[in-house]
Write a protein that binds this ligand. Structure first.
Ligand code: AMP
Length: 425
C-alpha cells in the first residue's frame, strides 16, 4: 500500500458534519456587514514580506517567529498573510480608496497563517472575519465596529460575553508613558524573564502581556497606559466608554491589553467568551491611526477587528449552541432499469432546475440497496422509476415520512413533490 498522508501540523479538515456551524457564522457576519454598511474586499492570500514587516512591526512575535515566508521562482520574498489589516491598508492606498466617501468601511474573510505552537483554539492555518474602517477618528466609529462584533456574538447566542478594553495612547503621549514603563522595569530587571529583558529596549509595550508567571507581580504594579494619556486620547477613551455604558455593554479596562501588533493607537479591545479555556479571545482589534501613512498613504485614521472563526465554532460547541443543521436532500430518484435511469436523469435535471435538492441512485444496484441509500441520506421523497412505469408514463411517489405511495403521471412528478414538501398532500 502507498503511504497515507496526514494534514500538516496546526491545520484541520472541516468535515461536512461541522459545516453547519461555519455556514451559520459566515451568514451572521456577512449579513451584519451589510447592516452596518461594510463593503466586501477580497485580498490576496500572500503579500510582499516587507508589507508585514513594516505593517505588523519588526519587534512583534508574528514577524519575528510566526510568518510563513518563502521565495518564489522570481526571487521575490512573499509571506502568507498572518492577518488582514496590512493587506487591507495596502489595498486602500494602492487603489486610491481615500478619494471615496469617508469613512471607507470594508470587510474580508478567509484563511490566515501563523507558525505557532498548535493547541486547542490555536492553529497554524485559521480563518478570520475582518472589518476595517478608514478615515474617521470619531469614537462613535470605535463603538460601531465593536458593536458589529458584539452583535455577531449575540446573534450566535454566545453566553458570558465581555469586552476587554484599553487605550494605548498615540505618538503624542506614548513615548512619555514608555519612558515611565522602562524606568519602572529597569529597577526590576532581575525579577523578569529573559524575553522581557530583551523586550525592554526593543518593544517595551509588550512587557505588559508577557505570560511568564515570573513576570506577573511586576506587571501587576506597572504603570497603566490609561493613566498617562494625553488630553485627546483621554477624551476619546472616555467618550467610547460613555457609549459602552449607555448601551450597557459589559467591559473591563484591562491595562495589560496591548495586543501583539505594533500598529495600534488609542483604543484596543478584545471580546472574551467563556468556554474555550486559555484562548478566550474570540475577537480582537483596535485603532491604527498611523498605519496608512506608514504604508505609503496620506495620514488617515483607521480602526478594525478580526474574529477567529475556529474559536467561535469551539465556543459554540462548548456552550452547547447548536445551529440549524444543513437540511438533507429532499428527493431521491430510484431507477430500476436502464429505461428508468434515462427517464430519471432527465427528471433529476428538471428537479434541480426547480431548485429542489435531489439525488439519484447510481450504478445498477438492487431496489433494496437503493432504498437503503435513500434512507441513509434522509430524503423526504423517493421517486421510483421502473421499466413498466416509464412505459406507462408514470412513476411511484413514496413519502418517506408517512409511508404513503402512489402512482403519478411523469408530467406531474414535480408538482406532486412540491405538494408533499409544502404539506399539501
Ligand atoms: P489577532 O490578529 O492576533 O488579534 O487575532 C484576532 C483573532 O483571531 C483572535 O481573537 C482569535 O480569535 C483569532 N486567532 C488569532 N491567532 C489564531 C490562531 N493561531 N489560531 C486560531 N485563531 C487565532
Amino acid at each position: 500500500m502507498s503511504k497515507q498522508f496526514q494534514n500538516p501540523k496546526g491545520t484541520r479538515d472541516v468535515l461536512p458534519e461541522e459545516q453547519h456551524y461555519w455556514r451559520r457564522i459566515e451568514s451572521v457576519f456577512e449579513r451584519l456587514a451589510d447592516v452596518y454598511g461594510y463593503e466586501k474586499l477580497t485580498l490576496p492570500i500572500f503579500e510582499e514580506t516587507v508589507l508585514f514587516q513594516r505593517g505588523v512591526g519588526e519587534g512583534t512575535d508574528i514577524v519575528e517567529k510566526e510568518m510563513y515566508t518563502f521565495e518564489d521562482k522570481g526571487g521575490h520574498s512573499l509571506t502568507l498573510r498572518p492577518e488582514f489589516t496590512a493587506g487591507a491598508v495596502r489595498a486602500y492606498v494602492q487603489n486610491g480608496m481615500a478619494s471615496r466617501t469617508n469613512p471607507v468601511k470594508l470587510w474580508s474573510a478567509g484563511p490566515a497563517f501563523r507558525y505557532e505552537r498548535p493547541q486547542a483554539g490555536r492553529y497554524r492555518q485559521f480563518t478570520q472575519f475582518n472589518a476595517e474602517a478608514f478615515g474617521e477618528i470619531d469614537p462613535a466609529l470605535d463603538f460601531e465596529i465593536m458593536s458589529l462584533a458584539w452583535q455577531a456574538y449575540e446573534e450566535l447566542r454566545f453566553k458570558n460575553l465581555g469586552f476587554q478594553i484599553n487605550s494605548i495612547g498615540c505618538p503624542e503621549c506614548r513615548p512619555g508613558y514608555l519612558d515611565r514603563l522602562k524606568a519602572y522595569y529597569k529597577d526590576r530587571v532581575h525579577d523578569i524573564c529573559g524575553d522581557c529583558r530583551s523586550r525592554l529596549d526593543r518593544n517595551p509595550l509588550r512587557l505588559l502581556d508577557c505570560k511568564n508567571p515570573q513576570c506577573q507581580p511586576v506587571i501587576a504594579s506597572a504603570p497603566a497606559t490609561t493613566q498617562h494619556l494625553c488630553a485627546e486620547c483621554n477624551e476619546h477613551f472616555e467618550t467610547l466608554r460613555g457609549y459602552l455604558d449607555d448601551r450597557k455593554r459589559p467591559y473591563m479596562i484591562n491595562p495589560r491589553l496591548v495586543r501583539g501588533l505594533d500598529y495600534y493607537t488609542k483604543t484596543v479591545f478584545e471580546v472574551w467568551a467563556e468556554g474555550i479555556g486559555a484562548q478566550n479571545a474570540v475577537c480582537g482589534g483596535g485603532r491604527y491611526d498611523g498605519l496608512v501613512e506608514m504604508l505609503g498613504g496620506k495620514p488617515t485614521p483607521g480602526i478594525g477587528f478580526a474574529a477567529g472563526l475556529e474559536r467561535i465554532v469551539l465556543t459554540m460547541q462548548a456552550q452547547g449552541v447548536k445551529p440549524e443543521p444543513v437540511p438533507p436532500p429532499k428527493v431521491y430518484l430510484l431507477p430500476q432499469s436502464e429505461t428508468g435511469k434515462r427517464c430519471a436523469v432527465g427528471l433529476l435535471a428538471d428537479l434541480r432546475r426547480s431548485r429542489i435538492e435531489s439525488l439519484i441512485g447510481f450504478g445498477g444496484r438492487s431496489f433494496k440497496a437503493l432504498m437503503r441509500e435513500a434512507n441513509n441520506r434522509g430524503v423526504r421523497i423517493v421517486l421510483i422509476l421502473g421499466e413498466d412505469e416509464v412505459h406507462q408514463g408514470i412513476c411511484q411517489v413514496k413519502d418517506m415520512e408517512t409511508g404513503a405511495q402512489r402512482s403519478v403521471p411523469l408530467a406531474d412528478a414535480i408538482s406532486s413533490v412540491r405538494n408533499i414538501l409544502d404539506g399539501k398532500s
